[in-house]
Design a protein around this ligand. Structure first.
Ligand SMILES: Cc1cc2nc3c(=O)[nH]c(=O)nc-3n(C[C@H](O)[C@H](O)[C@H](O)COP(=O)(O)O)c2cc1C
Length: 325
């Protein structure tokens, strides 16, 4: 058993969190992670309305009696989602952990705190992590350049970012981005983190409620198969390459600084349900981490988590301790 400030804070057995993932973080995956002793997270905005989120929370509660959380992603948008409604659904649903991501969550903290909810904010830089600490977040998820999804614009990988965060932060943090196995966990703990957050690795599990093609694409991919898209729009996203993504990158090269979001709509809008539900692997951009290169099987969530924790103990007790003598 590995006990850390994160296992204490969230009342979980193992310091392993499943990050919010659009069209992946449904009750099936979140409950499987929580049942295996980690912290499962339902992705709020995948539910079309606050009422749907309330139903998804109830569905997850029927599948686990362990703690699980909800992700709320604050993205720049012309017509913002009904955030007050989603926050209400989270509070009324008795959720005790919220993972926030994207813009500064300060506006929503008073309501969440009043309801006794612990907030972990996902950040891609030390400066944003310190901001999260200053506004009263309970923990941060430090997301390095390797990560699937939005790595920000600073491009600092976790070997630098994590010890930098450890030097500056007082609140606990987990390492996010590039985490796949026991080696990741032990390395993250060594660098000052109190646990790990995984996205891509959890997609290639039996319980992840996505099309089999997605799991096989991750297993087949190497660490060279991700691309950064939307950098010219300062909305950089790390995605798995495919025909749609290469088309998008070609547009970025052709249009240069003149590119607008509308130019790439065909490759980014409405892509998630087509990939995750229908298994259409070439339609466009969906998030995937470089860690795909470390993933070569599709275990159950429990097998994965037991393996990470079990092997981590072996690394610490055998490999590392032996080096001391
Ligand atoms: C398919 C996919 C969808 C994601 N969607 C979201 C999201 O909606 N909100 C969010 O905060 N993070 C999202 N993420 C980021 C993850 O929560 C996590 O931070 C990231 O995957 C960590 O990097 P890793 O993939 O190397 O483990 C997504 C990641 C993936 C792979």
């Amino acid at each position: 058993m590995i006990k850390t400030r994160i296992t204490e804070l969230f009342g979980i057995e193992h310091p392993i969190i499943q990050g919010g993932m659009h069209y992946v973080g449904l009750a099936e995956l979140a409950s499987a992670v929580s049942n295996a002793g980690g912290l499962g997270i339902i992705t709020g905005l995948t539910q079309r309305t606050p009422e749907d989120l309330a139903k998804e929370i109830a569905r997850c509660r029927a599948m686990t009696d362990k703690p699980f959380g909800v992700n709320l992603t604050f993205l720049p948008s012309v017509t913002p989602p009904d955030y007050p409604g989603y926050v209400r659904a989270i509070i009324d649903g008795g959720i005790k952990v919220v993972e926030t991501a994207g813009n500064n969550p300060a506006k929503w903290l008073p309501a969440l705190k009043e309801a006794g909810i612990k907030v972990i904010h996902k950040c891609t830089s030390v400066r944003h992590s310190l901001k999260a600490e200053a506004i009263g977040c309970d923990a941060v998820s430090v997301d390095g350049f390797e990560c699937g999804g939005h790595p920000g614009e600073d491009d600092v990988p976790n070997f630098i970012l994590l010890p930098r965060a450890a030097d500056e932060l007082k609140i606990p943090f987990v390492a996010s981005g590039g985490m796949a196995d026991a080696r990741s966990l032990v390395a993250a703990l060594s660098m000052g983190a109190d646990g790990i957050n995984m996205g891509t690795r959890f997609i290639a599990t039996k319980e992840a409620p996505v099309h089999e093609n997605v799991k096989q694409a991750i297993v087949a991919a190497s660490e060279l198969d991700t691309r950064l898209v939307m950098r010219p729009l300062r909305n950089t996203e790390r995605v798995l390459t495919n025909a749609g993504v290469e088309r998008l990158l070609e547009k970025e090269r052709e249009l240069g600084d003149n590119i607008k979001f509308e130019d790439i709509l065909p490759e980014v809008a409405g892509v998630y349900p087509r990939v995750m539900v229908n298994g259409e692997m070439d339609v466009g951009a969906w998030s995937c981490g470089m860690v795909a290169g470390l993933i070569d099987d599709v275990p159950t969530v429990k097998q994965l988590i037991d393996r990470i924790v079990g092997d981590a103990e072996v690394i610490i007790r055998s490999r590392l301790l032996r080096m001391l003598s």
